[in-house]
Design a protein around this ligand. Structure first.
Ligand SMILES: Nc1ncnc2c1ncn2[C@@H]1O[C@H](COP(=O)(O)OP(=O)(O)OP(=O)(O)O)[C@@H](O)[C@H]1O
Ligand SMILES: [Mg+2]
Length: 485
């Protein structure tokens, strides 16, 4: 009985050895590549096809080399070191990726003395669904990473800021310096001077450029929702629409920059809360007891006269001083006349591309008209004016007459401008000029809104409430119509 068992066990051992042998032979036969390395991960043997795949026409030339010198990205050394197999893996090669299996080779004492690797790709066609899924996920990952990087990158950089006048160069110098520092930045300047553009450029040139730039337009959000917008809310903190919870802009900007546009419009109560967050660098989302630590750089901007608001008690002095560490005053366009030509041509070139027109040219007298105007709406108004002139002009040359019709309502014309109000210029044919419908409506709207603002003592929020208009809409109309507030 005992003899029988011993014979049986010897037979099993024999079968096991045969099984291993034939497993190796089958894998070697069906595999596109086989490689064996020694305990130092040096190639002991490699088959012809596999060697050829990595540029060795003669497999003998690979013998004795480190596995990585033959197969870039090889993990055979890990198998030799760790003694554990890697049963299924994808090896990236400069052609297609391949599916491989790697097994340690052990001696009778169980010590690892080498490793063997097979390419399973050719014969295991069953893996192709897995493969295509892998390829699809990889492609998705790459494209998601690319679009994320694009979204996060600031929209405008210093190179997109036009202007070589002394005033513009000084602003750019200050902004570049601000980009290198960590303190809050306060951008002051009339509407349309390029404050938002600068905020993007500063973020893009800062050490936070790879993290998000998040913008909150304080004037465009109803006061009652501002706190929620800033700090977010825990699920269930609100009934109704906000039941799901919401991430605040402070949290979204983590690691990056929070751009607080139109900060002069921030309600006093929220100013206090903002100040506290800036001081303590932490806050709790509404309805939660979760503390969020903030690592956010603040850039604030406003066209309002912030010191005047402080003097009137409408803006907290302590918040003003907190934000006013690096103040950049963006000068109005009329203080950098030397920029107008370059600015106008940059706008015209863009318009030409958008409209499919050829090269658009400004007449000399047209340029003179542009330089004579005071531009209360600054670069934005310049762009709108050129846009309208191009739209209504049949020629690719823009002359003074075609521009003059659109420049403000004559209010902005300089007193030293010899041309006077351009609309007074008689038509060449001497025919009577009728005011057009669109222009008449704009005149009426301008008068209506100016009256409303005057009645509200210049307070936009109050005026908007009194005439039943959304505050953000009123702001937009004020800018579009060039109304002085
Ligand atoms: N230096 C500049 N170079 C090129 N474009 C400019 C420049 N400055 C402003 N612009 C353009 O003028 C327009 C208004 O700029 P932006 O929105 O940055 O102004 P703003 O100061 O934020 O105005 P507001 O106070 O009304 O929000 C934008 O279309 C912007 O691209
Ligand atoms: Mg702005």
């Amino acid at each position: 009985m005992e003899i029988e068992t011993t014979a049986l066990l010897a037979d099993y051992d024999h079968v096991r050895k045969l099984a291993m042998q034939s497993l190796f032979q089958s894998l070697d036969k069906f595999s596109e590549g086989t490689v064996i390395v020694d305990r130092n991960a040096r190639v002991v043997w490699i088959n012809r096809d596999y060697a050829a795949r990595f540029g060795f026409n003669d497999p003998a030339a690979a013998i004795g080399l480190d596995c990585e010198a033959v197969i870039p990205n090889s993990m055979m050394r890990d198998v030799v070191k760790g003694g554990e197999p890697i049963l299924l893996d994808i090896l990236e090669t400069d052609r297609d990726p391949i599916v491989v299996t790697r097994l340690p080779i052990k001696d009778d004492n169980g010590e690892t003395i080498g490793a063997v690797g097979f390419v399973l790709f050719n014969e295991l066609r069953g893996l192709s669904p897995l493969f295509s899924q892998y390829a699809r996920l990889r492609a998705e990952l790459i494209s998601t990473r690319q679009s994320l990087a694009q979204v996060r990158r600031a929209k405008y950089s210093f190179s997109s800021l036009i202007g070589t006048s002394a005033a513009s160069l000084e602003v750019k110098r200050q902004a570049r310096r601000a980009a290198r520092l960590a303190s809050p930045v306060l951008l002051l300047g009339e509407t349309g001077t390029g404050k938002e553009l600068l905020a993007h450029a500063i973020h893009g040139a800062s050490g936070r450029a790879d993290a998000p730039l998040v913008t909150v337009n304080v004037a465009a959000i109803p006061d009652t929702l501002l706190e929620l917008e800033f700090f977010g809310a825990e699920a269930g903190a609100y009934t109704g629409a906000e039941r799901k919870g919401r991430i605040g802009k402070f949290e979204l900007a983590q690691g990056g920059t929070l751009f607080l546009d139109e900060i002069g419009d921030m309600p006093l109560a929220l100013q206090g809360k903002l100040l506290r967050v800036l001081q303590e660098q932490e806050f709790e989302p509404l309805g939660s007891n979760r503390i969020v630590h903030t690592d956010v750089r603040i850039i604030a901007a406003t066209a309002a006269d912030l010191p005047a608001l402080v003097a009137q008690g409408r803006f907290r002095a302590d918040l003003y001083y907190r934000l006013n560490v690096l103040m950049i005053r963006v000068p109005p366009l009329r203080e950098r006349l030397a920029d107008i030509e370059a600015m106008a041509y940059a706008i015209l070139d863009k318009l030409a591309v958008e409209s499919g027109a050829g090269h658009l040219e400004l007449d000399k007298d047209a340029l003179a008209v542009l330089c004579a105007y005071t531009w209360p709406g600054n670069v934005r108004e310049l762009r709108n004016t050129l846009e309208r002139a191009v739209l209504l002009s049949d020629s690719e040359r823009i002359d003074a007459r075609s521009l003059a019709r659109f420049i403000g309502d004559g209010r902005g014309q300089r007193r030293d401008d010899e041309g006077g109000d351009p609309r007074d210029t008689p038509d060449e044919s001497g025919a009577q000029q009728y005011q057009q419908y669109g222009e008449a409506m704009r005149d009426y709207e301008r008068r209506f809104l100016t009256d409303a603002l005057r009645a509200a003592g210049g307070q936009v929020t109050k005026a908007a409430a009194q005439i039943g208009m959304a505050r953000a809409t009123l702001y937009r109309r004020i800018v579009a119509l060039g109304i002085d507030v």
